[in-house]
Design a protein around this ligand. Structure first.
Ligand code: HEM
Length: 453
């Protein structure tokens, strides 16, 4: 392990964990609502319905049996749930990318059934739009409420819960643009399967998909409910391929949010893109005017990686080595060349002839300084699959999600990380996905018409 550039014992801002006085406390600050997230009372929700939003209106139709979810049960938000808040569904970009990260994720991918036609897919996406908009408002999926002779249009498990800042973000995998649905001429130019990358051992059962849905919320049941209801609306048209539940966001999308910790105990997201910075987002995340496919401009690409952590090995590694693996202090999150979390790492600093932030440290290899300015927006979550029955090892890690204006950015980074990152001793990439994420919907637009033109 390389020595620190400064003498921690003399440092008033010294890292207490490195000093042997652990003070790791969970981040407690509630995420500050961003510009598009707003507290919504039941009255205001109902007011919005009264103002004529078609979907919301439908949710109150047929005798008014379907009330806004936070009032539908008649007892308001359940104790312990996040305050009622919604994130705008429509806008220039889809919600769930630049909007502040919620704490829970339900991510699913789907394949189009062999018998489904172009018209079936278009109709399903139109139905998904109405359902997604209703659910993000905290309403039930609209339909024929109260009809005893049909299955309920909403599965019901979110009744009584708040909207939970639900965002539903949709993406399209490379295979959707093959010759099945006449979409070949609309393929976003950078959308293709990811190449083989160093260090991966991908399981096909958690890789790929024609479509993906990312549902994020403050409440896991709200996020699950969203995916489940889209799956229900997709009966006969799509089949679920794989699904992942995530907890404990592992990135902030703005410094207004306290930096969370990943399952290795390190602050994660410190030098993530600040998603409020439109200039940086325009340079690195949003697909711009250079893209020949106009319909996808203002969208992005989503790369997902299921990354298993070898927790038993990690938990036996000494603190000094853990810090060298990342190039940061475990307690404060400061770079090994600094004192405070947001200090800029000094990749040139040496001590005893060795780099203070080691050659193979994760942040050295991933940083824009060492990758020609390349940046991505990380928005991942921790996951667990329980235990390995044969070894008793804990199964879990990082469900990595990142947004960028070309998946080549991820490929460039992962070629370096997969080959040289000290972290590789403790992780394995086991699942993967790449999806083109369309821009946000304007009023009256829906995902079906947006995709098929
Ligand atoms: C289990 C796997 C991973 C873990 C536990 C992990 C954890 C971390 C941590 C703790 C940091 C430092 C704090 C920060 O600035 O966010 C970081 C930084 C970063 N990571 Fe990862 N990471 C993982 C995988 C990846 C992958 C697969 C990529 C992309 C291919 C990536 C890209 C980055 C980038 C770009 C940074 C910022 C570097 C900087 O500018 O200083 N990470 N990661």
């Amino acid at each position: 392990m390389a020595a620190s550039a400064h003498d921690p014992a003399q440092d008033p801002d010294r890292d207490p964990v490195a000093d042997g006085t652990p003070d790791i406390t969970p981040d407690q600050a509630a995420p500050a609502p961003g510009p598009v997230a707003s507290a919504v009372s039941r009255r205001r929700l109902l007011g919005a319905v009264g103002a004529g939003a078609a979907v919301a209106g439908a949710a109150l139709g047929a005798g008014g049996t379907a009330l806004a979810r936070d009032g539908g049960s008649g007892h308001g938000p359940a104790a312990g749930h996040a305050p009622a808040a919604t994130v705008d569904f429509r806008g220039a970009h889809q919600a769930g990318i630049a909007t502040p990260s919620q704490d829970r994720l339900c991510f699913a991918t789907f394949d189009v059934s062999q018998t489904a036609t172009r018209a079936d897919v278009a109709a399903m996406l139109t139905a998904w739009t109405a359902a997604a908009e209703a659910m993000t408002l905290g309403h039930q999926v609209p339909g024929h409420e109260g009809d005893l002779n049909t299955p309920p249009d909403d599965t019901g498990e979110a009744v009584g819960l708040t909207p939970g800042r639900l965002t539903i973000t949709i993406g399209y995998g490379p295979a959707l643009f093959d010759d099945r649905f006449g979409l070949a001429a609309r393929r976003p130019s950078a959308l293709k399967p990811l190449p083989s990358l160093p260090g991966e051992n991908l399981d096909p059962s958690v890789t790929g998909g024609d479509l993906c849905v990312q549902a994020c919320a403050d409440d896991p049941q709200v996020a699950f409910h969203a995916v489940r209801n889209l799956r229900r609306l997709g009966f006969g048209t799509v089949l679920p391929r794989w699904m992942e539940l995530g907890f404990g966001r592992t990135s902030s999308t703005s410094p207004q949010q306290a930096t969370p910790r990943n399952l290795m105990g390190f602050k994660d997201g410190t030098r993530n893109i600040d998603a409020r910075d439109e200039t940086v987002m325009g340079q690195h995340v949003w697909i711009g005017p250079e893209e020949p496919q106009r319909w996808i401009r203002g969208g992005s690409y989503l790369v997902s990686r299921k990354i298993k952590m070898r927790m038993e090995q990690w938990d036996r590694d000494r603190l000094g080595d853990q810090q060298d693996v990342f190039g940061r202090y475990k307690g404060t999150g400061a770079p090994l060349t600094g004192h405070r979390e947001f200090d800029t790492p000094d990749f040139g600093a040496k001590s005893g002839g060795e780099y203070v932030i080691p050659d193979d440290a994760h942040i050295r290899l991933a940083s824009p300084e060492n990758n020609k300015g390349l940046r991505i927006l990380r928005r991942g979550y921790s996951y667990t699959d329980g235990i390995d029955k044969t070894t008793g090892d804990l199964l879990g890690g990082l469900f990595f999600i990142a947004f960028m204006n070309s998946p080549d950015r991820f490929v460039t980074l992962q070629r370096v990380l997969g080959a040289h990152d000290a972290l590789n001793e403790y992780i394995q990439h086991i699942g993967s996905g790449v999806f083109a994420v369309p821009p946000g919907l304007a009023a009256g637009q829906d995902w079906g018409r947006q995709l098929f033109g």
